[in-house]
Design a protein around this ligand. Structure first.
Ligand code: 5AD
Ligand code: SF4
Length: 466
């Protein structure tokens, strides 16, 4: 793939968008309320926070639900077929709502739209969609909406460029915890994965811009930041100077934000330096999301993951040595083209060997344009379903065993909300990323509470306050 330079969106370009926002504010027929429906990963969740920030600045309030909004945006995902189908199903259903509210504007954006030729295809099939735009021109929402409001036909804009836009408005979902994107895109081209095609080439934000955003969040009282990127371990590639993810973490750790997390990491780029920084840091949480995808070397090779089972296990050992008791989570795909029962058993044995705190398990889903979609030996659905069921059962068992190490341990919980089971209990994540329930009330939400884990009940860690 040819080298592409990232395009930095200039302050002037953002000023232009501000002008469109003001134009919309003066339109009598402008929408007054919005609702954003988000599919997929944290990257999308954060993009939705930016969409909401721009909509707020265009004078719209968030509607309680999509049925009561004037403007609904579907921020889509296309990493697996079911994410696409769900989004299109919900878009179609909204067509009925328009019969009641003829002024309703429906937009579809994000990864699904960024696929080559997809926007045109969808608009042909779903004629009631007003607006479609991709992942790289999110910042243009004011302009696109303005064009739609001034003309009576659909507006489509998908650009094949790799943008970085700083200082966009953002309306954050939580006050105590915040996302910070540190890098965009991915250059890894794992053979099953559509992400490099819809999120573009890998590019990193300047470290100073990230540190400034983190400082601002800290000053506003945020207690936890989550650094986001498709492959955060290779942060800094293409930037001037010797900038690494380990260095970024060191600088953030020194800032004194109580809790720092990040995702996603690629095992091949997980450096010893990064592991050392994790071991030495105060605020980087003892948890690591390290997708393995498969436990068999031949399948890993076919997936273009560029590590072996042994190299992966070596990284796990190094992490556990530097950060004893570290919380480990992973992603696993079953039913990759050509996967034999024997090769699947290698994934099962790896899961047993590592003992993850949790695993996201997926049935392989062919994605048009990827290398694996063109491979022979696609695995029948019933075989893949049977494998994933066995894998989930095994992981459940391993998870129970892994949880036992927390009983008796002192920990800190960032309280997220009231417990679903009791009115006098709250729950949140401990430092290792595992959910913990403790006695408490609404007043604890957004606070960090010191606890001691007492027992495991219904697969949940229960704790007392200390
Ligand atoms: N089929 C199934 N799972 C996939 N993932 C990515 N692409 C596919 C696909 N085509 C999974 C990987 C990745 C996670 C975000 O989604 O496990 O780590
Ligand atoms: Fe997809 Fe692989 Fe990039 Fe992850 S590292 S986004 S799985 S191509």
């Amino acid at each position: 793939m040819a080298e592409r330079k990232p395009v930095i969106i200039t302050p002037q370009q953002l000023e232009e968008q501000r002008a469109y926002m003001n134009e919309i504010l003066n339109l009598p027929q402008r929408p007054r309320s919005y609702y954003v429906v988000t599919y997929g990963c944290q990257m999308n969740a954060h993009d939705s926070e930016i969409l909401a920030g721009m909509l707020r600045d265009m004078g719209m309030d968030e509607a309680p639900d999509r049925e009561n909004a004037d403007f609904v945006i579907f921020n889509t995902c296309c990493v697996r077929d079911n994410a696409e189908r769900r989004a299109l199903g919900n878009v179609t259903w909204l067509k009925e709502v328009r019969k009641r509210n003829p002024n309703l504007i429906i937009a579809v954006c994000g990864c699904m739209i960024q696929q080559p030729g997809m926007a045109e295809k969808i608009l042909k099939q779903y004629k009631f969609i007003d607006l479609a735009f991709g992942t790289t021109n999110l910042y243009k929402l004011p302009e696109l909406l303005c064009r739609r409001l001034n003309a009576d036909r659909a507006v489509v804009e998908v650009e094949d460029v790799d943008t970085i836009a700083e200082d966009l408005p953002v309306k954050r979902l939580r006050r105590d915890a915040a996302y910070i994107t540190i890098m965009y895109g991915c250059d890894n081209f794992c053979s099953y994965c559509i992400v490099p095609y819809v999120r573009g080439r890998e590019r990193s934000r300047e470290m100073e811009a990230i540190l400034a955003e983190a400082q601002q969040l800290k000053d506003s009282g945020v207690k936890e930041i989550m650094l986001l990127g498709q492959n955060v371990n290779s942060y800094g590639k293409g930037l001037e100077g010797n900038v690494t993810f380990a260095e970024l973490l060191r600088r953030l750790d020194a800032m004194g934000i109580p809790r720092i997390r990040f995702m996603t990491s690629h095992p091949k780029d997980l450096s010893d330096e990064l592991i050392r920084v994790m071991g030495e840091s105060k605020h980087i949480l003892p948890q690591f999301h390290l997708p393995v995808q498969a436990g068999n070397d031949e399948i890993l090779h076919q997936m273009n993951r560029r590590y072996t089972r042994e190299q992966y296990l070596n990284r796990v050992r190094a992490l556990r040595e530097a950060v004893p008791g570290i919380g480990l989570t992973t992603d696993i795909i079953v039913g990759f083209p050509g996967e034999t029962e024997e090769q699947f058993q290698d994934t099962m044995s790896l899961v047993k060997e590592v003992g993850y705190d949790s695993a996201f398990t997926f049935i392989y889903s062919p994605r048009t344009g990827t290398k694996a979609a063109a491979m022979e030996n696609q695995i029948p659905e019933d075989v893949a379903t049977d494998r994933i069921q066995r894998l989930i059962a095994l992981q459940d068992e391993c998870q129970k065993k892994a949880m036992a190490r927390f009983v008796g341990m002192e920990d800190e919980v960032l309280v997220e909300g009231l417990s679903r089971r009791s009115k006098t209990a709250v729950s949140g994540k401990g430092r290792h990323g595992v959910s913990i329930t403790l006695p408490g009330s609404e007043a604890d939400i957004g606070e960090i509470v010191r606890v001691r884990v007492t027992e495991i009940k219904n697969n949940t860690l229960m704790a007392e306050r200390t």
